[in-house]
Design a protein around this ligand. Structure first.
Ligand SMILES: C[S@@+](CC[C@H](N)C(=O)[O-])C[C@H]1O[C@@H](n2cnc3c(N)ncnc32)[C@H](O)[C@@H]1O
Length: 291
């Protein structure tokens, strides 16, 4: 009697195929794919290596592996990505949430906000920032804005699935155009900030699969950032704009802020020590009351 394929066989085959890619797929991903197909975690796959798989499981594994080998990101293969401890549905309509964006969320949560703040998230994409803030700040109400209807559909689906839809309102708009920004206590944004000229240096995983409207901005990557600095002038004094920036963009963002009379409140670096999150606001009028 011939022996069927085992979990170990699939992992070995996966590692060998992934090693042939030129975009840096990690060998560990073979384990992830097998675990996904079997509905196990990685430790269970390792522990049950000699367990045989059905033909259906094998076919499903090969299908996922082939897609991965062509460069399709794991998050799109699985249709989800974890962000701030929650699973967000993602597909090629939205950027895959990045770990560095969690710094923006952390910074937002550290700000002194009113108990029931109104928060605007510009370029909401999957809704990872808006939904996380809504769930971490139970009194908050969020406007999740995006230029892309497709992205808004994903964001609102995530809001519904994660139980935040009652306090999140989707809005299709170009940056903050047409919004009364005086109503908001905080404007957060992870805008597109990649210079198109840098596209060749990005992984094909990114450029071939993620939406270009989520990645690239005109004016060497600064178009959306500049628009957000303009929007910050319409917030009330002291009400912050919290924005994610790309590597090497801090100086120009600070210069743009200063030219507009905005105050840089905070700069937060990511795990690689790259300045990533900048908090800015119009200065509050000095307290002139006599003591
Ligand atoms: C870098 S992605 C961020 C997505 C998500 N907030 C995150 O952090 O993962 C930028 C998002 O901004 C949206 N976007 C691009 N240009 C825009 C504009 N002018 N106005 C509003 N949204 C825009 C894109 O559709 C995309 O969803």
């Amino acid at each position: 009697m011939t022996r069927g394929r085992t979990l170990d066989d699939l992992v070995r085959h996966g590692r060998a195929k992934l090693a042939t890619t030129d975009f840096g797929a990690a060998p560990r991903e073979a384990l992830l794919l097998v675990a996904r197909v079997l509905g196990l975690n990685e430790a269970q796959v390792l522990a049950r290596g000699r367990q045989e798989v059905s033909e259906e499981q094998h076919v499903r594994f090969v299908e996922l592996l082939e897609r991965r080998v062509t460069g399709e990101p794991v998050a799109y293969l699985f249709g989800e990505r974890e962000f701030y401890g929650r699973s967000f549905r993602v597909d090629p309509r939205v950027l895959i949430p990045r770990p560095e964006t969690e710094h923006l969320v952390e910074t937002a949560l550290s700000l002194p906000l009113p108990r029931e703040p109104w928060i605007l998230d510009v370029g909401t994409g999957s809704g990872c920032i808006a939904v996380t803030l809504a769930l971490e700040l139970p009194g908050a109400r969020l406007v999740a804005a995006d230029l892309s209807f497709d992205a808004l559909a994903v964001a609102l689906d995530n809001a519904r699935r994660l139980g935040a839809s009652e306090r999140i309102f989707g809005l299709r708009t170009d940056l903050a155009a047409g919004l009364d920004l005086e109503r908001f206590d905080l404007l957060v944004s992870n805008p597109p900030y990649v210079d198109r000229a840098d596209a060749p240096s990005l992984s094909p995983e990114v450029t071939a699969y993620e939406p270009h409207t989520a990645l690239f901005a005109e004016d060497r990557g600064f178009a959306a950032l500049s628009g957000l600095l303009d929007a910050a002038l319409e917030l009330r004094p002291g009400r912050p704009l919290l924005v994610e920036i790309g590597a090497g963009q801090l100086d120009r963002v600070v210069a743009g802020a200063e030219a507009r009379g905005l105050e840089v409140l905070q700069v937060v670096a990511d795990y690689a020590s790259i300045p990533r999150t900048v908090a800015l606001a119009r200065p509050e009028a000095p307290d002139t009351t006599l003591s």
